[in-house]
Write a protein that binds this ligand. Structure first.
Ligand SMILES: [Zn+2]
Length: 251
């Protein structure tokens, strides 16, 4: 899971979402849950709101439509961060909508929701906060652990199934591929091959589970970096700390 910047929507789409929210606000409170489901399934809403919202989310998602929870690519559903069954008024609220793969949206997260005991959610919202404040990714293992003392990290790993099935294995493979790409990038730089350098960065940014790449860049400048990368290939840490490379990733 990585930090994602949420842009403003085109005015026309923003206005449509606001009108639907106003319709919901005019619905008696006990009826709002059912009404939200009906409105979400309306043909006109699917065509004029759902699809453009999904495209906007795909544009802001990292890589090729990466799921904003697990990081896998080709995510294709609009998820309600706070489920509409819990807060119907947020059904058409742009900051409540995220791109998710069907596995996260239906199999894992679904209608699960827990409050943080204050005013927010216990689930990490990558469009509002930096997931690395709560989640620590083991690069070689591909396994997520909560940052010590972070209930949000714990709950997010559990509710999104971040360590379930083959996900850790795929992340571990991604780390191996990343190491190769970094060396290729450095080789291209040595040859003055700017085009190939750009291609390598593009590949690293757009691959599925790009969270591995951003986690490595994040860890490389931490105080613990020498011990974290002690087992990594020689030179890898220096590359991850390289100003030119980091500028390419805008970190
Ligand atoms: Zn997912």
């Amino acid at each position: 899971m990585i930090r994602i910047v949420r842009p403003r929507l085109p005015t026309e789409l923003e206005t449509s979402l606001l009108a639907l929210t106003q319709e919901m606000a005019g619905t008696p409170v006990p009826d709002r849950g059912d009404h939200a489901e009906r409105m979400w399934g309306r043909n006109s809403v699917r065509r004029d709101v759902y699809q453009p919202v999904r495209e906007a989310l795909k544009d802001m998602a990292p890589g090729w439509d990466c799921c904003m929870y697990c990081g896998n690519h080709l995510a294709d559903t609009v998820d309600h961060f706070v489920p509409k069954s819990r807060c119907a008024l947020r059904t058409f609220y742009w900051p409540n909508l995220l791109l998710a793969c069907s596995t996260c949206n239906t199999r894992f997260k679904g209608d699960e929701h827990r409050s943080d005991g204050l005013v927010g959610s216990l689930l990490i919202d990558p469009t509002r906060e930096n997931p690395f404040d709560h989640l620590d990714l083991g690069l070689a293992s591909g396994v997520y652990r909560p940052v010590v003392g972070s209930p949000k990290g714990e709950w997010t790993i559990e509710v999104c199934g971040l360590n379930t099935g083959r996900r850790p294995r795929v992340r571990a493979d991604t780390w191996l591929n990343l190491a190769d790409d970094l060396k290729d990038w450095d080789r291209a730089r040595g040859e003055g091959d700017v085009r190939n350098m750009r291609r390598k960065v593009y590949r690293m940014r757009t691959q599925p589970f790009a969270d591995v790449c951003y986690a490595a860049l994040h860890k490389a400048v931490s105080d613990d970096a020498p011990s974290i990368f002690a087992e990594a290939e020689p030179g890898l840490l220096d590359l991850l700390r390289d100003d030119e490379l980091r500028a390419s990733f805008q970190v």
